[in-house]
Write a protein that binds this ligand. Structure first.
Ligand code: ZN
Length: 493
């Protein structure tokens, strides 16, 4: 406006100048001078009234991704043909961590003349969340009820609460096929989804479990009682009644046997479990032959028989002559499956070891009596005092001759390698227990010397514990038979 007023004044001045100069008949000069004044007015006016010029570098509208770095390109400016970019003032900031629209204004003021440009920057989130399945993309499950969905992992470049913005959907496609779809949508509406295919099919076999232990031991010639198994199926529940077994145990042959139990579910899936049964060689286990000498007695022998019956073990009784009133005990020994054996009609060392004949007579007399009482013709014997006795030394060499003689006449004699001490050193039932259990060994036959003579409560009271010790420590308790290898002492006379 000012420019127009000043230009108007200059224009009027040049007209006045033109007419003034024409008055003096100098019209050509007047024209030139007037035009010259006009040009000066024009150029001068433009120079003094022109505004600064400002230009944006880059675009007027920009879009950037949230959290990405943003560098403003700025603006440049000229004034009076000079670069005045560095005098540009900027207002407004872009916060790249916050979604939104930002305006930045660049302005320059020169000689109270201002020029401005504006840029609009939009900070947006255009990145989809990242969602992934936990577990496999295709799964097979027994049933939808039993199926456990492993879920998903989700994250977003910007939206911190994306976890709460996942929707899930179960779509039934038919044919026992389902789809689990997870969709994550962030605050800016970016979406991502994943899909898992779930096929319902019974492929899980029943779980077969064993009663008892996985490894069982049974002694040679013992009885193997299978403790069986049970089975559960994830869908059908208890399927124990489908159990079948393969494998068997031959207790006459030491070795390892495998028994496998199979169970089936309604879909025909088969589960199994296996048991190992070890048949242990008697000798390896260590056989314990409990032997009782010098009976029968009415005070001790019946109680010993009761314990043996209760514990279901068999023993060997080396008896002496008996009366009519104790004959029932001899019969009971036989009837209850124990071994009846000959200790001697008499135990009197000074009579029986007088000669071979007196000794053999002492044997056969009792042998006949036992046979008459029980029908058992026993040839199993034990020398009174043992084959290593020195009480017979009044008759030098008698034992050397007798051990040969008894064998020649078809007898078998058994000394002992475990002594309970119940006829001498052991003062209590605890001592009897200690003496026996401390001397028992595996990998051999253990012949245990005990007595059932009248009043021997030490042995009676220790017997049950001794039997339990044997059972708990893997020993086999058995009775002596004519097949039992002889356990003999070294002859001392
Ligand atoms: Zn004796």
């Amino acid at each position: 406006m000012k420019y127009i007023i000043i230009f108007g004044i200059m224009f009027i001045s040049s007209i006045i100048l033109f007419f003034t100069l024409r008055e003096f008949k100098k019209s050509r000069i007047a024209i030139i001078a007037s035009i010259w004044v006009l040009v000066l007015a024009f150029i001068g006016g433009k120079y003094f009234f022109e505004k600064p010029i400002i230009n944006l570098v880059g675009h007027e509208k920009e879009t950037i991704r949230v959290l990405n770095p943003y560098t403003e390109e700025g603006a440049n400016a000229q004034y009076h043909f000079q670069d005045v970019t560095e005098d540009i003032e900027k207002t407004g900031e872009v916060d790249t961590a916050t979604l939104g629209t930002y305006e930045i204004e660049y302005s320059i003021t020169k000689d109270k003349k201002t020029a401005k440009v504006k840029r609009v920057v939009e900070v947006i989130d255009d990145v989809e969340p990242v969602i992934t399945l936990k577990g496999e993309e295709n799964v097979i499950a027994s049933s939808m009820e039993l199926y456990v969905e492993p879920g998903y992992d989700v994250s977003d470049n910007f939206d911190k609460t994306i976890n709460e913005k996942v929707t899930e959907e179960l779509v039934e496609l038919g044919n026992n096929i389902y789809q689990k779809v997870y969709t994550a949508t962030d605050d800016s509406g970016n979406k991502a989804s994943v899909t898992r295919k779930i096929e319902i099919k019974d492929i899980v076999p029943p779980i077969v479990s064993l009663y008892g232990t996985g490894v069982e031991n049974v002694y040679q010639d013992g009885t193997y009682n299978d403790s069986w198994a049970y089975a559960n199926d994830d869908l059908d529940g208890d399927v124990s009644d489908t159990i079948t077994v393969s494998g068997s145990v031959d207790t006459s042959k030491p070795g390892m046997y495998k028994i496998t139990y199979y169970a089936k579910d309604k879909s025909g899936n088969t589960g199994s479990a296996e048991r190992t049964v070890q048949v242990i060689d008697k000798e390896q286990a260590g056989t314990v032959y409990l032997t009782f000498d010098d009976g029968p007695s009415t005070t001790i022998t019946p109680h010993i028989l009761d314990i043996l019956k209760e514990e279901n073990v068999k023993a060997t009784f080396f008896i002496l002559n008996y009366s009519d009133s104790t004959e029932y005990l001899v019969k009971r020994i036989v009837n209850e499956g124990h071994t009846i054996a000959i200790h001697g009609y008499s135990h009197d060392y000074y009579t029986i070891y007088k000669s071979e004949e007196t000794y053999m007579q002492n044997l056969s007399q009792l042998r006949e009596k036992i046979k008459a009482s029980t029908g058992v013709d026993t040839t199993i014997t034990r020398f009174p005092g043992g084959s290593s006795n020195e009480v017979s030394s009044y008759n030098p060499g008698i034992m050397t001759r007798l051990v040969k003689r008894v064998i020649d006449e078809g007898y078998r004699y058994y000394d002992w390698n475990v002594s309970s001490g119940d006829a001498g050193g052991a003062s209590s039932s605890e001592a009897v227990y200690q003496n026996v259990t401390s001397a028992l060994k595996h990998n051999r036959s253990n012949v245990v010397l005990m007595h059932d003579f009248s009043g021997n409560t030490k042995t009676l009271n220790a017997l049950k514990d001794i039997i339990h010790y044997c059972k708990n420590n893997g020993f086999v308790i058995d009775k002596i038979t004519t097949d039992t290898p002889m356990i003999t002492h070294r002859v001392a006379n």
